[in-house]
Design a protein around this ligand. Structure first.
Ligand code: NAP
Length: 891
């Protein structure tokens, strides 16, 4: 419908002489608002930008404190949508100063003649959705109103300064400054006693420069932060050369990278590197002075594993001790309360060295908290320090503050956004909110935004939103709204991503912890820029999955659903496998499959160190069988777990599940003996079952020789190995031993029926396919034998079996037969727990250090094995993420 008609049919609320009618209203004239205006105009939408400040710049307009600079290299922190613009602007430094970035944004505004559609000094006081007119009505501080079809918040993530929450601020008789609202006039600090409260990025950037001016500087630090030297200067020649060698490809790589800067994915994990190698990597990063580099390039587990992270944090603390001369000050400046990177680290210029100055004092607020601010200074629990100036570098009500500050935002049915977000922000893709039609946010909570190069994320968000508006106009839609299902699915996906990283282990503005009373939860999307981009694209290719689209002359469209149901790392693995365009595994033949798996496994991260790995042979049912024994580093004797690898009875060997065995050996403190049973088609049914049983018997009888505890053993296995473990328990019961105290069955084959729901739902697309399972069965077992309990244990007698822990995965053809086995065991009186791992696929748990979200499942498996052995659970820091809970089935 043409806008003129919309205006004439608008309800009373949107009429009025002063009401400006536009297709799109944008709040904020920073990086996002400027690009939005440019794109909207080019697409033929009438638009206005409303900006509280007197000029363009957004965060770079307000944050003009001494030392303010970007902390992403400027060649990366710039618009890329127009190659001509890139050629027309030269940055003078590796990290541009605030004035230079502000000049750049002014240059962009002039180049595209943007200012004529920006209303400066205009603050929105209310935004209300008019359902009848399908338009937003905006009230402003000037009294003028704006009616728009689409309302886009380009308000930034860190634009609403947080009140200092300290008593007595208004009593102070000296000068008070906030880094986030620094005056435009020169602030003269020379000869004055200055206090800085806060040691986040703003504090750390400004402290060295304030120290140079002030007569004395006192820094009040509540939580120390990690900082590394920026080594500012000209942009590094190697990065410039890389960019200039192929600008388009460099920019494209940035768009698909994890953080929005093109660095390769690190593959070496911390425990594969020697102390010297790790130190050398840290020294290189220290010399580079690049935040994205140090956050992503040292070792692959630095951001996802507590131990891998601690190695890095230790090395950085050493650097602090090397720089700061006074050991007590160095200790106070060394962060211990959060993993490196979980809180935004800072780039500094002489920050730590500043504390060597005689005219700089650090007050450790952990030892002497601030009681109040007085007329003359700052009073702590121990003393009063008189000062002339207080600088609050105390941060922002991040991510939600800038959106909620435009209060009230009233959506469909009179819903208020602050009510909807009372328990934390709810969004779909970080771009939209259910119940708030035609409202978009750029870098909203739920988008990668602050965990990425903002410039790259902003361009992606803006392009996605404007492209949707164009598509809607072409199709005749006038309203778009996220569905509740899609929004809930995004919240789940966000939570899944958050368990993957260490952000959840720190109290930060990322989680809302810096604002008293604010709902807690990781607010930015932690899954990475490239994965996020592919998800947004998938929403479009799946007919706007999760959105309801309506228009006056078109049928409503609503493809409801969740865009990501897989765990984030499972999704990455499956996408990677899909990109490899492999032929069906079964088409390779038995030997071809074995070769492929050996090659595939060679490229995976090596397993973690254990106390000892011993290869040996044991007598099987018909000749010797190889085994590999994993011994914990702790003093023995240890309980023994007999382990059977996966591979559809066709491929694999005692080393195939090496990372899994190592991980479980470490987590359980038990010996794992992985058995190399014989394979089909050379050795068909019941060879694998009989080998499994014979091996278990021998291992139990030779427990002492193997360094194990005497008494019952346990059995465990994955996939076909889970089948062998289950069958071994039945044979041991029926053949008079050995004694087995528990069975861990991970995604086991339990039955020869192929019509359960999971076989159909997960027939293709999740690596273990239905046709691959058919092939395995055909190679191992003739149809006449398939109902034998030695291959279909679900058909056997289940009474009197050892207690069990059965793991099934949501996207696995074998899921339902695993569930059926657990239920049947429970019905037969066997104590059993079942873990249905949401969002996981058949190989999730054995892909240790690849599928990181599998950790919580393995923690529970280890707990179960320890319980079987009569031992208490063992935990380490970081294990307590959001964990899928197993269910104890009633016997
Ligand atoms: P911040 O990281 O939230 O730091 C605020 C600091 O103030 C923290 O040290 C905090 O201590 C302290 N604080 C807050 N309230 C306090 C109180 N009542 N009493 C004592 N101390 C208090 O804020 P920021 O430094 O402004 O940085 C915010 C974000 O903006 C950064 O993480 C970064 O993403 C961005 N930024 C970027 C740059 C850049 O280099 N481009 C520069 C500045 C900011 P606790 O940690 O104990 O809460």
């Amino acid at each position: 419908m043409p806008e003129a008609m919309v205006a004439s049919s608008a309800s009373e609320a949107t009429r009025g002489a002063a009401t400006q009618q536009v297709d799109v209203a944008v709040v904020g004239a920073g990086f996002a608002g400027l690009y939005l205006l440019h794109r909207l105009r080019k697409a033929g939408f009438t638009s206005v930008v409303l900006e509280e400040a007197a000029d363009v710049g957004g965060t770079w307009y307000w944050n003009r404190y001494p030392g303010a600079r970007c902390d992403i290299q400027t060649i990366d922190y710039a618009y890329t949508f127009d190659p001509e613009l890139e050629r027309a602007w030269q940055w003078s430094e590796k990290y541009a100063t605030q004035p230079e970035i502000l000049r750049y944004l002014g240059f962009v505004a002039d180049r595209y003649d943007l200012r004529r559609d920006i209303r400066f000094r205009t603050r929105i006081t209310a935004a209300t959705w008019d359902q009848t007119a399908e338009r937003w009505l905006l009230a402003t501080n000037s009294g003028a109103t704006v009616s728009c079809r689409y309302y886009i918040m380009a308000t930034g993530c860190l634009s609403s300064p947080k009140p200092p929450e300290i008593d007595g601020v208004s009593d102070f008789k000296g000068e008070v400054y906030f880094t986030g609202r620094w005056p435009h006039e020169e602030v003269k600090l020379a000869g004055k006693r200055v206090a800085v409260i806060g040691t986040g990025s703003s504090g750390i950037q400004s402290i060295p420069l304030i120290a140079e001016q002030a007569a004395h500087l006192t820094v009040f630090q509540r939580t120390p932060n990690f900082a590394l030297p920026a080594h500012n200067g000209p942009a590094p020649a190697d990065r410039v050369a890389l960019l200039e060698s192929d600008r388009a490809s460099y920019r494209e790589q940035a768009r698909w990278s994890l953080a929005g800067v093109p660095w390769p994915q690190q593959t070496a994990v911390s425990w594969q590197l020697s102390d010297a190698e790790r130190r050398q990597r840290l020294d290189e990063a220290w010399a580079k002075g690049d935040l994205v580099y140090i956050l992503t390039q040292l070792w692959a587990d630095q951001a996802v594993d507590v131990d891998g992270n601690a190695l890095l944090a230790d090395l950085i603390r050493e650097k602090i001790r090397e720089t700061v001369k006074d050991p007590e000050t160095a200790a106070a400046l060394s962060p211990h309360d959060h993993p490196f990177g979980a809180k935004r680290p800072c780039l500094d210029t002489s920050y730590y060295a500043t504390y060597n100055r005689p005219d700089v004092t650090l007050v450790n607020l952990r030892q002497e908290p601030i009681r109040s601010i007085t007329a003359s200074g700052i009073k702590t629990d121990k003393r009063t320090l008189d000062v002339d100036v207080i600088v609050f570098a105390t941060g922002f009500d991040a991510m939600t503050g800038a959106i909620m500050a435009v209060h009230p935002i009233t959506g469909r049915g009179g819903k208020s956004l602050s009510d909807v977000w009372a328990n934390g922000p709810q969004t779909y893709l970080g771009l939209t909110v259910a119940g708030f039609p035609n409202l978009f946010m750029i870098t909203g909570p739920g988008s990668p935004s602050v965990l990425s190069n903002m410039a790259v994320s902003i361009e992606q968000h803006v392009d996605w939103v404007v492209d949707r508006l164009i598509a809607m106009r072409e199709a005749g839609f006038t309203a778009i709204e996220a569905t509740e299902t899609a929004q809930a699915g995004w919240a789940q996906h966000m939570a899944d991503c958050a368990t993957l990283t260490l952000h959840r282990l720190a109290n930060t503005w990322y989680t809302g912890a810096n604002v008293p009373g604010k709902a807690q939860g990781v607010m930015p999307y932690t899954g990475g820029v490239g994965p996020y981009r592919s998800i947004c694209n998938e929403v479009v290719s799946h007919d706007m999955l999760g959105f309801k689209l309506t228009g006056p002359n078109v049928a409503e469209q609503c493809n409801d659903g969740e865009i990501v149901r897989l765990q984030p790392d499972v999704r990455l693995v499956l996408n990677m496998l899909a990109d490899m365009k492999l032929p069906p595994i079964e088409s390779l033949g038995a030997q071809g499959t074995r070769d492929f798996v050996a090659e595939f496994n060679a490229s995976r991260p090596a397993g973690r160190p254990v106390g000892e790995v011993v290869d040996g042979t044991l007598p099987g049912s018909d000749g010797p069988l190889p085994y590999r024994l994993y011994r914990p580093a702790t003093p023995g004797p240890h309980p023994i777990v007999v382990y059977f690898h996966g591979g559809g009875w066709v491929f694999g060997d005692q080393q195939t599940d090496d990372p899994f065995c190592r991980d479980m050996c470490r987590r359980t403190g038990m010996i794992f003996v992985s058995v190399g049973y014989r394979h089909a088609p050379e050795h068909r049914f019941p060879t694998a079952a009989e080998d499994g049983y014979a091996a278990t018997r021998w291992i139990a009888e030779h427990a002492a020789d193997l360094g194990g505890k005497l008494g019952p053993v346990m059995v465990a296995g994955w996939s076909a190995g889970g089948n062998i473990a289950a069958v071994t328990c039945q044979l041991a019961r029926d053949r008079g031993g050995p004694q087995i105290s528990g069975q861990l069955l991970v995604c086991p084959v339990t039955d020869c029926t192929f019509d359960r729901t999971s076989y159909n739902d997960n027939a293709t697309g999740y690596f273990l396919t239905r046709s691959l399972m058919y092939w395995f069965w055909d190679l191992y077992c003739s149809p006449a034998d398939r109902t034998d309990p030695r291959v279909s244990p679900l058909r056997g007698k289940l009474e009197g079996l050892p207690q069990a822990f059965v793991v099934t995965c949501e996207f696995d053809p074998l899921r339902d037969e695993g569930v059926a086995y657990a239920e049947a065991l429970a019905a037969a009186g066997v104590p059993v727990e079942q873990l249905n791992a949401r969002g996981h696929f058949h190989s999730s748990f054995t892909m240790v250090d690849v599928v990181i979200t599998g950790v919580s499942g393995r923690v529970q498996m280890a707990d179960a094995l320890r319980r079987f052995a009569g031992l208490p659970p063992e935990r380490k820091e970081g294990d307590e993420g959001v964990r899928p809970r197993s269910v104890r089935l009633a016997a």
